[in-house]
Write a protein that binds this ligand. Structure first.
Ligand code: 5GP
Ligand code: ZN
Length: 113
């Protein structure tokens, strides 16, 4: 677990976060700078630097992120939402611990404005 990873620090409780879900494998929490009325992140507790670093052994974990994230969105009252993963700085990735954005509650036409 890299010392300088902000999301590993959230997992360890060293940085506070508004948590929505936690189990032994995953954590979901509100994005600190929401881009929509619904905007939370789902992360694995395992440090994976981004989508391109997902290994075959991580495939069940990635599916669980989709299931849990969708269940949280529904529980928060959102049937329609967008799921985003950024890979690489040029694509907007700023935190190099894989995270799934779930956004909802505004016009979600693609591409984003
Ligand atoms: P990225 O741009 O890497 O896909 O997304 C990183 C996201 O993490 C951004 O939406 C940003 O607002 C969020 N973020 C960065 N630092 C923190 C933090 O310390 N706490 C929380 N809750 N979100 C953070
Ligand atoms: Zn990390």
């Amino acid at each position: 677990m890299p010392d300088n990873c902000i999301f590993c620090k959230i997992i360890k409780g060293e940085i506070p976060a508004a948590k929505l879900f936690e189990d032994d494998e995953l954590l979901a929490f509100q994005d600190i700078n929401p881009a929509a009325p619904l905007h939370f992140l789902v992360i694995p507790k395992k440090h994976i630097s981004g989508p391109a670093a997902v290994a075959a052994e991580d495939e069940p974990l990635m599916g669980k992120m989709l299931r849990i994230g969708s269940e949280i969105a529904k529980k928060e009252g959102f049937e329609d939402f967008r799921i985003v993963f950024n890979n690489g700085a040029q694509a907007g990735q700023t935190v190099f611990h894989i995270h799934m954005h779930i956004l909802g509650g505004r016009d979600l036409n693609w591409p984003p404005g």
